[in-house]
Design a protein around this ligand. Structure first.
Ligand code: NAD
Length: 512
């Protein structure tokens, strides 16, 4: 496999790929081996340099069919194993990921353009996901229900069979682990379709899971475009449920395709989250929190706090403080140890960010920091954009209503609690939100009134695999993480056992 990428860590990444994926052409990972695609050619681009480093072919339907067949066979065997044995293998997955952590982090860094320090954190979280769900394998129990007849009635939580998971480019490894772990914990087989822009880390992850003892064929990575490869997976009869993480536009297409087949789906979509600062807050902490909320991952995070709502009495002060702190943040090559802000992942997304900022300015927003491309030594053709603060933003502007998915914060003024709630909820999204305040009662009132699946008080972006995550409104439906995320991968069966010795008489028929 030819894989040439610049930057330190290149050798480690090269070794990982060579040892794990052998020398075959890159393609899909099916039944324990690489299978080249048969469709159009796709070029992977290093976001920091703008240069292509690997070509592969879209999987398309033939390869998807092979993956679905492999998943069905492996799933039946996996489900027949004891729950404890499955849990023990999942625990080993955690250890395997921790052993390969540094190489995995570097692979994610160069292929997705994420700062190395962030990638290390995400790899550790992926190991945690397998460890957490390893513990659940033998604890998925049903209930005995005290029905009023002579039956013993109990429930079983059974796997769907094969599920298709479709993931985005902004956190490829994280989202893969996030969904694979509960899926196999519940006994399912998986077809994973990562973004065509970032397939490497997910593919390597599945190979590592197999090295830890997960049977080949249980999890298959089908690499290619959404409209061909993901669409073929959804259409394949083996797929019994779809879990989609991505944009609302694509989410709507996926939901329609699932509706055609009458199969359920979970949608984890985008956001335009409100980060609300009251005048009584610790402003120093709120300002640091506001930056972390939107500039981490260069804003390419679904929960990004891209709308900073500030009480009018401290609006100018907060804008000034945030802007001056933001001017000191310099994007840099993601593989440098101290880089906090890397590039935008791809040229199309870069253009989207740039356009939304320009539109905001033409509608009256004022650039308080950044607002244009960033020059980075060694990354002249990379997709770097300056961390940007837009002041005087009105909540009706495009920059306040559209998901920007880039390092851009729109600062909006509000007068009082009711105004803050109304502004926060004046959005088609409802993924996350936060409030900064010293008033405990207000914190609880805001938590109850802001329409969002996750809400933080005097904090931002705290998430954990133990706690449910998902959207309100156009941010999606269904939940991931925790027991709720696990239950998405099971279907409940109600079993009735007659216990009365003369029970047949209840039907009104005599026993012959
Ligand atoms: P996207 O919707 O363009 O693509 C996501 C996935 O869908 C990719 O694998 C893509 O190949 C596939 N796809 C595209 N068109 C398809 C089609 N017609 N049929 C089937 N599959 C198709 O999203 P993106 O640009 O990769 O990711 C960014 C989006 O993801 C943002 O909106 C972000 O908020 C969202 N996101 C949400 C979460 C969450 O948990 N809520 C997490 C991360 C990212």
């Amino acid at each position: 496999m030819s894989f040439v990428v610049e930057g330190n860590g290149q050798q480690q990444v090269q070794e990982l790929l060579t040892s794990l994926l052998a020398s075959a052409d890159f393609g899909s990972w099916i039944n324990g081996e690489l299978v080249p695609g048969t469709g159009d050619s796709i070029t992977l681009v290093n976001p920091a340099t703008g240069k292509g480093f690997l070509d592969y072919k879209d999987a398309t339907e033939t390869v998807v069919t092979a993956a679905a067949d492999a998943a069905q066979i492996a799933q039946a065997k996996w489900w027949a194993m004891s729950a404890s044995a499955r849990g023990q293998l999942m625990w080993k997955c955690g250890a395997q990921i921790r052993d390969a952590a540094e190489a995995l982090a570097r692979l994610e860094c160069v292929s997705a353009g994420k700062p190395l320090r962030d990638c290390r954190v995400e790899v550790a979280k992926v190991a945690e996901m397998f460890e957490y769900y390893a513990g659940w394998c033998d604890k998925i129990t049903g209930e005995v229900i005290p029905v009023p007849t002579s039956h013993l009635n109990y429930t079983r939580h059974e796997p769907y069979g094969v599920v298709t998971q479709i993931t985005p480019w902004n956190a490829p490894l994280f989202t893969a682990g996030w969904q694979i772990a509960p899926a196999i914990c519940a006994g399912n087989g998986v077809l994973l379709k990562p973004s065509e822009l970032t397939p490497l880390s997910s593919t390597v992850l599945v190979k590592l899971l197999e090295q830890a003892g997960i049977p080949s064929g249980l999890v298959n990575v089908i690499n290619g475009y959404g409209y061909t490869t993901a669409a073929a997976a959804i259409a394949n009869k083996a797929t019994k449920k779809v879990i989609f993480i991505g944009s609302p536009q694509t989410g709507s297409v996926i939901a329609a395709a699932c509706a055609q087949r009458l199969i359920p789906c979970v949608l984890e979509l985008g956001g335009k989250s409100a980060n609300i600062v009251f005048a009584d807050a610790n402003l120093e902490r709120a300002v640091v929190g506001a930056q972390a909320a939107v500039f981490a991952a260069a804003g390419q995070s679904c929960v990004s706090g891209s709308r900073l709502l500030v009480q009018r009495s401290v609006y100018d002060e907060v804008v000034e403080r945030v802007a001056s702190a933001t001017c000191k943040l310099k994007p840099d090559l993601p593989w440098h140890e101290d880089t906090m802000i890397g590039p935008i992942n791809n040229a199309k997304q870069y253009q989207h960010v740039s356009n939304l900022v320009s539109n905001g300015v033409s509608q009256g927003a004022v650039v308080a920091a950044g607002g244009k491309a960033s020059q980075v030594a060694g990354g002249e053709q990379g997709f770097f954009y300056q961390p940007t603060v837009l002041a005087n933003v009105d909540n009706t502007m495009g920059v306040a209503q559209e998901e920007i998915f880039g390092p851009v914060m729109s600062v909006i003024a509000f007068d009082d609690e009711n105004h803050a709630v109304a502004t926060a909820n004046d959005s088609r999204f409802g993924l996350a939100g936060a409030v900064w305040t010293a008033d405990l009662g207000r914190a609880h009132r805001m938590a109850a009134q802001v329409s969002a699946g996750t809400f933080w008080v005097n904090s931002y972006k705290a998430i954990n695999v133990m706690s449910p995550f998902g959207g309100f409104g156009e941010s999606g439906y269904g939940r991931s993480s925790g027991i709720e995320g696990l239950m998405e991968y099971t279907q409940t069966k109600s079993v009735w056992i007659e216990t009365a010795h003369n029970a047949a008489t209840q039907f009104g028929y005599a026993i012959e």
